[in-house]
Design a protein around this ligand. Structure first.
Ligand code: ASP
Length: 359
């Protein structure tokens, strides 16, 4: 199934959001926090995720309990990411993620420890609910950075990880519908003589097609920074396709002297521009996390503008610096991007900036 690039008529790149583009909002059940400065400074220990649902709130609460007790950012991001990975209702991460074209759920995950400048990742790993914990073992118990496919699975099993079927009823049904409906040039689906004539098809919801990933970034009370990016990747992807999430510098990058960044969205774009590395380097040049996230979007847009002005990239970046300032920017979605944050001020959801062409 070919995706259609969103058509855009106007070509100037602008920031688009509420007010100065850095509002904070809260779900009803979360305390509302007003944020006004371009750099949302929180200071002290802090943890955030690019997700903004109930599971993300739970995840941030659990990560925060580690940070509040003086624990490491590394332990906090792993605990939080595990909560999101095992959520069966999240179709973009871990258990219950949407599968590849063969109906197999292949997960990508990376972790980086700013304190030790160490990193680990697994790519296209199957049957493991918590791939970021396998990535952590790659980081801490090998001299490698990435293990892939069967090798990653064998490695996980050697540490006692349980092999499980990651499909839920929802993810399996979504796949079976996709297989029947994504093309009329194959033989999946009811026999031709039982197919409804044109115009009389049943009224189905759209088949889900999406990216979906989570980034978790944290600074602990010692000032050490860690991050995780974890995903089931692009739905219906070609068997063996690896996105940006397990690529250090693309889907995730952490530097203890500067900060951390993570990416979601079309991984192919993020790999080509080394998105997370680019953001951290922009921060090292004095840009705020918010500005650096927007810089990365603009960098990608600029590259494509020269080739196809109608191409509309769909990345979302989040970043944090060592002072606990945060940023979040995206393009290609109608929604204002957001992130869930927990620090000593409490739990809240903050808006980032949606950038778009205009003219
Ligand atoms: N970046 C991920 C990938 O390309 C997907 C996503 O973020 O939604 O696999």
């Amino acid at each position: 199934m070919k995706r259609k690039n969103s058509q855009i008529n106007r070509r100037n790149f602008v920031r688009h959001s509420v007010g100065a583009g850095v509002g904070a909002w809260a779900l009803d059940r979360l305390p509302k926090t007003e944020m006004s400065s371009q750099s949302r400074s929180a200071g002290g220990p802090i943890i955030m995720t690019s997700h903004s649902n109930d599971t993300a709130s739970d995840a941030m609460g659990q990560g925060w309990s580690i940070l509040a007790g003086g624990g490491s950012s590394l332990d906090a991001v792993e605990r939080s990411a595990n909560v999101i990975e095992v959520d069966p209702n999240d179709s973009g991460v871990g258990n219950g993620g949407l599968p590849n074209e063969n109906g197999v759920i292949q997960l990508d995950s990376s972790i980086m420890d700013g304190k030790t400048y160490n990193a680990g990742a697994v790519a296209a790993i199957e049957n493991i609910k918590t791939p970021c914990s396998v990535a952590r073992l790659v980081m801490e118990r090998t001299d490698h950075v990435i293990l892939v496919g069967q090798g990653a699975l064998d490695f996980a099993i050697s540490y006692g990880f349980e092999e499980v079927d990651l499909h839920t009823e929802r993810s399996r049904n979504a796949y079976l519908r996709w297989r029947e409906e994504h093309s009329d040039r194959d033989d999946y689906g009811p026999p031709d003589h039982l197919t409804a004539p044109d115009g009389e098809e049943e009224d189905y919801d759209d088949i889900p097609f999406h990216y979906g990933t989570t980034n978790v970034l944290a600074v602990d009370s010692h000032g050490d920074i860690s991050g995780i990016t974890t995903t089931s990747g692009l739905s219906w992807k070609i068997n063996g396709r690896i996105g940006d999430s397990p690529i250090i510098g693309a889907g995730l990058y952490v530097d203890n002297d500067i900060g951390a960044a993570g990416a979601t969205g079309r991984g192919e774009d993020v790999i080509k521009c080394c998105g997370s590395f680019y953001i951290v380097m922009r921060m090292s040049q004095g840009r705020s996390p918010q500005q650096a996230c927007e810089d990365a979007i603009e960098f990608i847009v600029h590259k494509y503008r020269n080739v196809n002005p109608n191409f509309f990239p769909s990345e979302k970046f989040v970043a944090i610096n060592k002072d606990g300032e945060m940023g979040c920017a995206s393009m290609g979605s109608n929604r204002i991007p957001s992130m869930t944050v927990r620090n000593s001020d409490g739990l809240r959801i903050e808006e980032g900036v949606r950038t778009q062409y205009t003219g």
